[in-house]
Design a protein around this ligand. Sequence first.
Ligand code: ZN
Length: 305
Amino acid sequence: MTDILISEVGPRDGLQAIDRVMPLDAKKAWIAAEAAAGVQEIEVGSFVPAKLLPQMADTPALVEFAKGIEGLNVVTLIPNIKGAEFAAKAGVHGMSIPFSMSESHSLKNVRKDHPAMLEQIAGCAEIAKANDIHFAVGLSTAFGCTIEGAVDPVAVARLAEASAKRGAQEFSLSDTTGYADPAQVRRLIRTVREAVGDMLTTLHMHNTRGLGLANVVAGLEEGITTFDSSLGGLGGCPYAPGASGNIVTEDLVLMLNSMGLNTGIDLEKLLAVRPILEQALPGEPLYGFTPDAGPMLDYKERIAA
Ligand code: ZN
């Protein structure tokens, strides 16, 4: 049994942050190799218009491919009801919509205020229910916003509650901007749990300021069981050169396995996936410490039996 679910989001969050388009065959090889290393959930893409994000244009083909991998939970991001329709048509297992807790960020990115987003969430939930798709809401910019600065935790809890009333089944707290610190992670989890309880399962942390794994430990101590991460921290951060994007899957797996938590992921096999990215995107910065340093000498004695 897996204690902690690691959801690989590199094929979506990582690739959408870089301009180059990874060839479909390389994406397939990446997804297959990670699944073979024991990764049980992969966000393979996003159902956004191809003219906005050509990097994601092959998402339907990737969903079809990934569904052929036994035991893999295939999830995608959807921006709105239209995206949910496409995701349902493609036959995803799960889909999640980002809901920006900062209203100015939401208006700037998707030109929708909070009431308009809640309408979208209700519509997506209906499609999810009709098609037996698991529907999650990502509470993005939950830890702070590059436009508004601080985001009120009580407002986050209220918006989560409103989303649950409209059919959301699960929540993640997303540190889109890399603003979170571990004390804040603890506080926000508690506040949001008061509103939606165990429906809050997931943290989506970025490592913009190097606090990603510290934030994960704070989440673990509050009972979070799912963490999003990206192989090689792919994607970087356009606002902070030299900073990785999502937390690095290799480092996250090393840490959790070494702590004796069962992720179901074989670190050696996971480390062998990285060359697929290096070859498909030559020169693209990849991050992480474990790929260079390797595991500790007594790593095998530390991991769960
Ligand atoms: Zn992200």
